[in-house]
Design a protein around this ligand. Structure first.
Ligand code: FAD
Length: 318
């Protein structure tokens, strides 16, 4: 019997959240259990970097793994977990790690405890609601499936021999390969990444329409800021999902976040709580975002935002 951990990697270099997942996986082993790792690759001769806290690394080798193919990776994990008679399968709680383990859970028809910060037997503590609460739960399943919240535990390395590496070719279903990355297209962000921007100007439902973002874009351009939005906006099709700030969007940490016509739902605030300062522009003085805002302007954003832009222009020309 064994514990299996899924490792994400770039050309053989395992990322930090996966090392943390491996550390949790090693803490789950009973006396006679080994920790095995599985990595997906399009080559069998994967050159591993770093000391991994596992006994054996299995390389699931398949041409399809040259790009991200979550269901195919999940099928490889399920096959290996069966061969090893794994009592637990652990993965990193990254977006992709959670997606792959969710497919594993669906294939096995078992529950998945995602984003765990601690595990003791079948008792888990995990992050819920975009980090706003911790849930304690007991996982009732013949195989424990879980992901580890990134940076909740320190990654341990293992002294002694490097793990042995064994390659296998997984048997994949025909449908598994229908789900894979086939092309990468750079985001048209004007060179400013939402995640790294020092200033973010966002619009919510209060912007009213796709065209209603014109004054928000104008202010962002003046400030050298990235444009963000709420989920109400992406759901309406006014902006692409890549602009969404929040629990199911991008997590931002700017010096200042200017939120225009955004109510401040928990799921939105989960994405901007790293902002050093928040300026809320809202027609409603009772809007929840005002509880988190450092500054607020109560008014119609279609008047307030152009007025700010005009004042910036006037100050710069003066
Ligand atoms: C599982 C889950 C995940 C989610 N993930 C996210 C996420 O990642 N990001 C996210 O944003 N949401 C997310 N949501 C949705 C979230 O709960 C809210 O529904 C959403 O954030 C609301 O968007 P909003 O603030 O733009 O709209 P609303 O809540 O409708 O607020 C609009 C605001 O605009 C103001 N307003 C209206 N007109 C004007 C005007 N002319 N001038 C100034 N102010 C005006 C109103 O007073 C109001 O405060 C998620 C929900 C669920 C269930």
């Amino acid at each position: 019997m064994s514990v299996l951990v899924y490792l994400e990697h770039a050309e053989g270099t395992v990322d930090e959240p996966s090392l943390q997942a491996a550390t949790v996986a090693s803490s789950l082993t009973g006396g006679d259990e080994d920790v095995h790792a599985v990595m997906a690759s399009d080559t069998v001769s994967l050159a591993l970097e770093g000391a991994l806290p596992v006994e054996v690394v299995h390389v699931a080798a398949h041409d399809a793994f040259g790009s991200y193919a979550p269901l195919a990776i999940a099928e490889a994990i399920v096959e290996l977990a069966g061969t090893l008679d794994a009592t637990a399968v652990v993965g990193p709680g990254t977006e992709r790690g959670n997606e792959v383990l969710a497919h594993v859970a669906a294939v096995l028809d078992l529950p998945l405890a995602a984003n765990c910060v601690s595990v003791a037997g079948v008792a888990v503590t995990r992050v819920r609601w975009g980090g706003s609460l911790l849930e304690e739960a007991r996982v009732d399943a013949p195989t424990l499936l879980l992901t580890v919240q990134p940076h909740a535990v320190a990654a341990a390395t293992r002294a002694g021999d490097a793990p042995s590496v064994e390659a296998f070719t997984p048997t994949l279903s025909e449908g598994a390969l229908a789900l894979r990355v086939v092309e990468r297209v750079g985001a048209a962000t004007g060179g400013i990444s939402l995640a790294d921007a020092k200033v973010v100007v966002s619009g919510g439902r209060g912007a009213g329409s796709e065209e209603g973002f014109a004054p928000i874009e104008e202010l962002a351009a003046l400030l050298g800021a990235a444009v963000g939005c709420s989920r109400a906006v992406t759901m309406a099709g006014w902006r692409p999902h890549t602009d969404q700030v929040g629990q199911t969007g991008t997590k931002i940490a700017p010096e200042i976040y200017i939120a225009c016509g955004i109510s401040g739902a928990t799921q939105h605030m989960a994405g901007c709580k790293g902002a050093k300062r928040i300026l809320a522009i809202n027609a409603d003085r009772e809007a929840p975002i005002l509880q988190s805002a450092d500054y607020a302007v109560i008014g119609d954003l279609h008047e307030v935002v152009p007025a700010i832009s005009a004042a910036i222009r006037a100050a710069r020309s003066g």
